[in-house]
Design a protein. Structure first.
Length: 236
């Protein structure tokens, strides 16, 4: 809902509800910010607003280094990871890109890494169905074409070990998705890259907070010191 005024949101809600009725389908909009524009959209659609679990965020520190936001245990994990990389002689390279051409080149490697954890644990993967894979690819490509997507990567000795997809939304930076290769689990590549993303985001001009975009327990995340209310708009 970022950038939508209350009247525009109400008009959009009415249009979305009308389209849903014409198709004979439900209107379900999940994980929206609890703000006046969202409430106006729901009112315009004649839909109900349902509270969801709050989403943890990390606020930009007014002073000091973002590393100070991490717990003692997390800082220890990052030190241990870097020490193991040095001991084993692995070269770590972190990169960031918003170029759609770079995304296209990375997509096959991102897909392999996305699948890796599920395969390793014998779990079904969202990309196993044609619709799931097509939706995943379309989301990344559409966000990239709109200039909203940033891809962060960690390569160890030239091999992709972890990636994070991030989106800039107003004064926030959202972590859309992150995966790592279990082959490199010894080095905690996901944590290493998450800190690189956090540090970069909170140092960027105009960014006030990093949004984890998930309702999981804060203690499982790299860091969290606040939360943002989220709601769903649903019309049967």
């Amino acid at each position: 809902m970022a950038g939508e005024s209350v009247p525009e949101a109400a008009e959009l809600g009415g249009a979305r509800a009308g389209g849903a009725r014409a198709r004979g389908t439900r209107l379900e909009l999940e994980d929206l910010p609890d703000e006046p524009a969202t409430r106006a959209l729901a009112a315009g659609a004649g839909a109900a607003v349902h509270a969801l679990d709050p989403v943890p965020v990390v606020r930009r520190p007014t002073a000091g280094d973002p590393v100070e936001l991490l717990s003692h245990g997390t800082r220890k994990t990052l030190r241990k990871s870097r020490n193991r990389l040095a001991t084993d002689g692995l070269e770590a390279r972190v990169g960031f890109t918003s170029d759609p051409a770079d995304l296209e080149a990375l997509l096959p490697h991102l897909e392999t890494t996305y699948r890796d954890r599920d395969v390793a644990h014998g779990l079904p993967c969202a990309l196993d169905t044609p619709a799931g894979r097509a939706g995943w690819l379309a989301r990344a490509r559409e966000l990239s074409a709109a200039g909203a997507l940033e891809v962060a990567t960690l390569h160890l000795d030239g091999e992709l070990a972890a990636y994070v997809l991030g989106v800039r939304d107003g004064d926030g930076y959202g972590v859309l998705e992150g995966r790592f290769s279990t082959r490199f689990a010894r080095y905690a590549p996901g944590r290493l890259l998450e800190f690189g993303v956090l540090d970069r985001a909170l140092r960027a001009e105009g960014v006030r907070f990093l949004d984890w975009m998930t309702g999981v327990a804060p203690e499982t995340l790299l860091a969290a010191d606040a939360s943002r209310a989220r709601v769903a708009v649903r019309l049967p």
